[in-house]
Write a protein that binds this ligand. Structure first.
Ligand SMILES: [Zn+2]
Length: 313
């Protein structure tokens, strides 16, 4: 695995449809070591979007999302207390967007992975809601189906879901993985009812962790799996380009990019495994410590994640 080189292709800014950008960071796949390539992140001069250029060809999906990829197996068995704390927190966050929904609301999770959020909505939401997911990865869809969730395999552009039919859609840590964010958001807009909302959560390139680690180790690069990374400005432009009304774009708390930035820094120094293991999604001490730090930063509008609420006019 280590020696494999990926097929890479040139990218452009998906918002400006141009390639007027400066390199800002270089790094490797520190988490999964799926290839020996060094990757380059660039920032668009016009809109400040950060994007991977060049990036893997879509034919490399199976390689860059290996079977042990965490989105496919975030389970209570493997993650224990982290799973339980995150579940409670996420359930509360998700339900806060559902307060005004009708009893028979239809909700879609785009990029649902193994169905973590759909399971929470099933468990804590109204029984009359119809919950569906979409994911490109067959392994993820099979896992979701095993949990009795209704999940469509494929890209939302190609699935021909009925137009004007959903009350609410979520894209939680999905947009940064996409090849074509504009096209996918447009497809989501099509299936939403008028006045329907799309809630997006993604990494924030105005966050303090980005400022510190952007040259190489920033966890949010997730090299080579995050292709488009936003701040308030670029995200606002994306929403405008697609024709959504922006209800709110704010930052929220997350320890994950802090923990992974330090993880990546340690991996690159060949630090001992026991030390590296203190900085993963299973390490409660570092997750708690950086949650506390990010709570403070979030109060200054510099939380590690962006959360946007968009509405179909
Ligand atoms: Zn741009």
């Amino acid at each position: 695995m280590e020696s494999k080189r990926l097929k890479l292709i040139n990218a452009r800014c998906c918002i400006c449809d141009a390639n007027d950008a400066a390199p800002i960071g270089f790094g490797c796949d520190y988490e999964y070591r799926t290839s020996s390539d060094t990757f380059r992140a660039v920032q668009c001069h016009a809109c400040s979007l950060v994007y991977l250029n060049p990036r893997p060809d879509v034919s490399e999906f199976e390689t860059i999302y290996p079977p042990n990829y965490h989105a496919f197996d975030f389970s209570e068995k493997d993650f224990g207390v982290v799973y339980r704390v995150r579940s409670r927190l996420e359930a509360k966050r998700l339900l806060s967007f559902c307060a005004d929904l009708p009893a028979d609301a239809r909700i879609l999770d785009v990029g649902c992975g193994d169905g973590f959020h759909l399971k929470l909505l099933t468990q804590y939401g109204e029984k009359g809601w119809t919950l569906e997911g979409v994911d490109l990865d067959e392994r993820a869809v099979r896992m979701a189906e095993r949990a009795n969730l209704k999940v469509h395999l494929g890209s939302i552009e190609d699935l021909h879901l009925p137009e004007d039919s959903f009350d609410l859609a979520f894209m939680i840590q999905t947009v940064e993985h996409l090849e074509k964010p504009v096209e996918i958001l447009s497809a989501v807009k099509n299936i939403l009812k008028r006045g329907g909302r799309l809630v997006i959560v993604t990494d924030n390139t105005d966050a303090f962790d980005f400022k510190i680690f952007k040259k190489k180790y920033w966890g949010g690069y997730h090299f080579p799996r995050h292709w488009n990374l936003f701040n308030r400005k670029s995200f606002g432009r994306l929403a405008e380009k697609v024709g959504f009304e922006t209800i709110e774009i704010k930052t929220i708390v997350s320890p994950v990019n802090w923990v992974y930035s330090i993880h990546n820094w340690l991996v690159d120094r060949n630090a001992p495994r026991f030390l590296i293991n203190q900085f993963t999604l299973k390490s409660t001490v570092s997750l708690s410590a950086f949650t506390s730090l990010d709570i403070v930063l979030q109060k200054f509008g510099r939380g590690a994640l962006l959360r946007a609420i968009l509405q179909k006019p």
